[in-house]
Design a protein around this ligand. Structure first.
Ligand SMILES: [Zn+2]
Ligand SMILES: [Zn+2]
Length: 177
């Protein structure tokens, strides 16, 4: 899948920009066994700007996803908002960039593909331990009852999510960045 748009007109002048709105169909995303299904396309609005060294794409994207609640396994429906940040350079112009600057290449026909950046930025926003409701009581680990539907007498707290450890890892990565 791709979402190609031309940036030819942006080369005329530094700081010239153009806003692109559109929709992208996305396949299911599996994050360590947690499968997120997109309900409808990802919608986005991105402004493309000639930054001299390349074309910057900045904007927002919104996606509606459904995924099993990490506590009770019922369908959790979530709206995900993502900040889009992409950078595109002409072939041969990526040598002068700082090493940490990630860039995609502008095609020979002066088009760029917005899909990879939008999809990546949306996936980053998918939660590690999605809940169908912040107050979800989960399934009792002792008797197996869905405690949202009927209370049980086992007196156990909601089980720790298997993703709790991953969430810790994610935060450490963010600290390093
Ligand atoms: Zn739940
Ligand atoms: Zn129970």
């Amino acid at each position: 899948m791709s979402y190609r748009t031309s940036v030819r007109g942006l080369f005329d002048a530094l700081a010239s920009s153009r806003t692109v709105t559109g929709e992208i169909e996305a396949a299911d995303v599996d994050l360590g066994g947690q499968v997120f299904h997109f309900e409808g396309p990802i919608s986005f609005e991105v402004t493309l700007t000639n930054a001299g060294t390349g074309i910057v794409a900045q904007g927002t994207a919104t996606a509606n996803v459904v995924t099993p609640c990490s506590r009770c396994l019922c369908d959790a429906r979530l709206t995900v908002e993502a900040e889009i940040d992409g950078f595109y350079v002409l072939p041969g112009h990526d040598a002068d960039l700082p090493e940490e600057q990630e860039a995609e290449l502008i095609a020979e026909d002066h088009s760029i593909d917005l899909e990879p950046a939008i999809l990546a930025d949306v996936v980053v926003e998918l939660p590690f331990a999605p809940l169908h409701d912040e107050a979800c009581k989960g399934i009792c680990p002792v008797c197996g009852k869905d405690r949202n539907l009927e209370p049980c007498a086992c007196g156990q707290e909601a089980p720790a999510s298997p993703f709790a450890a991953l969430q810790g890892l994610k935060m450490e990565e963010d600290d390093e960045a």
